[in-house]
Design a protein around this ligand. Structure first.
Ligand SMILES: Cc1cc2nc3c(=O)[nH]c(=O)nc-3n(C[C@H](O)[C@H](O)[C@H](O)COP(=O)(O)O)c2cc1C
Length: 420
């Protein structure tokens, strides 16, 4: 039998009810005017409330370098980010050993001219290599200083129920508002059944999600890998096993290139490399497709406020608008912050508000999911086009020649040539 847990939300001190296997998205509470994206009088309102988490705007720092320590997370809150997802933590950071260089970039110019814009970013970075206790103390400090701001702990562990339970308990104790489960790290430690090794195996995912949801008392988002044939399969399993939301996408498996002088792949560590994870602008269209698929899944099969946090190549307010038009509740940014810095959130908010103003949208709810109904199958596109051509031809026929007038269809034929 499912158990009910009454918990005090660390951010609001309001008791909240978490029903394992169920979730709810509280009604959108309008925020008052502020410098971090909420509208002033007459301004489009960017505030969102997702799984009970209230944010001044939908922009969330995606797990990665922009959420690695107290100083940078504090900076994110100060600049006005709606929420922060910290760099993924595990019980034993001692097992996490990073290499350098671990990033490689793709520029728009085919010859890689240094000034041409960066469109793709590859990393072979692992999860946080900082001791868990240090990270937890920093989460506590941040929640003390920013009690009303949303801090989400990103977690990943080995295939071991006790380890997952211990990690969840310790991270929750630090006061985080929610958990994001890293089922999607594309490189490193698959032999320990971590990250994408779980997200790519629906059997493992179901079991591990079950462990997580029987323990967690705060909302849980399952972060999905795009490196799989059908992203809706693991998403469905995660939601069915009680996760309140899905985040997508993590990075796409990639090899950034080969140095044509040395003939070695990049990024090159002591002459060797390993496939990494691709992010930034180049992945945005792929992320849109995955987010669209998950949004349809949630719309068609789940009705309990299950949420969607979209990630991938966001650098402008318009990129974010696209994700929200597909049904995203929040929009995460990782590489964009690495390239443009924390003040990017101000530009994102302003541009999203410009988009809303142009359409007379006053809140995020006004347009969330508005573009989703316009996706269909290719077969349906063919039928629609054939029907449209038939109709256009029928109209043209009426105009073609005086010899085409008939007695019976005279009025209809006349109407077909009237312009209004
Ligand atoms: C250098 C780097 C490190 C990352 N580390 C993590 C991580 O620790 N945990 C995680 O869930 N995602 C991690 N990610 C993935 C991002 O959170 C995000 O899902 C992905 O990069 C796509 O979004 P973006 O184009 O906005 O970066 C990392 C990404 C980058 C570029």
């Amino acid at each position: 039998m499912e158990s009910l847990t009454l918990r005090a939300s660390p951010s609001t001190a309001m008791p909240q009810l978490r029903l394992p296997g169920r979730s709810r998205r509280m009604a959108c509470v309008r925020a008052s005017a502020s410098s971090n994206g909420s509208g002033g009088a007459g301004e489009p309102d960017l505030s969102v409330t997702v799984n009970g988490l209230k944010m001044p705007n939908p922009f969330v720092i995606g797990s990665g370098p922009p959420g690695t320590n107290y100083t940078v997370m504090k900076r994110a809150f100060d600049e006005g980010w709606g929420g922060v997802i910290a760099k993924t933590v595990s019980l034993d950071a001692g097992k996490v050993i990073n290499v350098t260089p671990r990033y490689a970039r793709l520029r728009a110019d085919p010859n890689g001219a240094a000034k041409s814009p960066i469109i793709g970013w590859q990393n072979i970075e692992l999860i946080s290599d900082r001791p868990l206790e240090t990270m937890l103390n920093e989460f506590k400090q941040l929640k003390k200083e920013y009690p009303d701001r949303i801090l989400i702990g990103s977690i990943m562990e080995e295939y071991n129920k006790a380890a997952w339970h211990e990690l969840i308990e310790r991270v929750e104790e630090s006061g985080v508002d929610a958990l994001e489960i890293n089922f999607s790290c594309p490189h490193g430690m698959p032999e320990r059944k971590m990250g994408a090794a779980v997200g790519q195996d629906c059997g493992l995912l179901e079991e591990v999600s079950g462990w997580i949801n029987e323990k967690a008392t705060v909302p849980v988002w399952a972060k999905m890998t795009p490196n799989i044939t059908d992203i809706t399969e693991p998403s469905r399993i995660a939601l069915k096993s009680g996760c309140e939301g899905v985040s997508a996408i993590n990075t796409i498996m990639s090899v950034m290139g080969i140095d044509l002088k040395t003939l070695r792949p990049e990024p090159c560590v002591e002459g060797y490399s390993t496939p990494g994870g691709y992010s930034a602008r180049a992945v945005h269209p792929i992320a849109l497709a995955k987010v669209m698929q998950i949004a349809r899944l949630i719309k068609e099969e789940f009705s309990d406020g299950q949420s969607l946090s979209a990630i991938g190549g966001v650098e402008t307010g318009n990129d974010a608008a696209e994700f929200i038009l597909l049904g995203a509740d929040t929009v995460q940014v990782c590489t964009g912050v690495m390239m443009h810095g924390y003040p990017l959130v101000k530009k994102l908010c302003a541009e999203l508000q410009d988009f809303m103003r142009a359409h007379n949208f006053t809140s995020i709810d006004d347009f969330r999911g508005a573009s989703l109904p316009y996706f269909t199958t290719h077969t349906d596109l063919v039928q629609r086009q054939q029907e449209a051509i038939k109709q256009r031809k029928a109209i043209r026929l009426g105009l073609q020649s005086d010899k085409d007038w008939t007695g019976d269809g005279f009025v209809k034929e006349t109407e077909s040539m009237v312009s209004n």
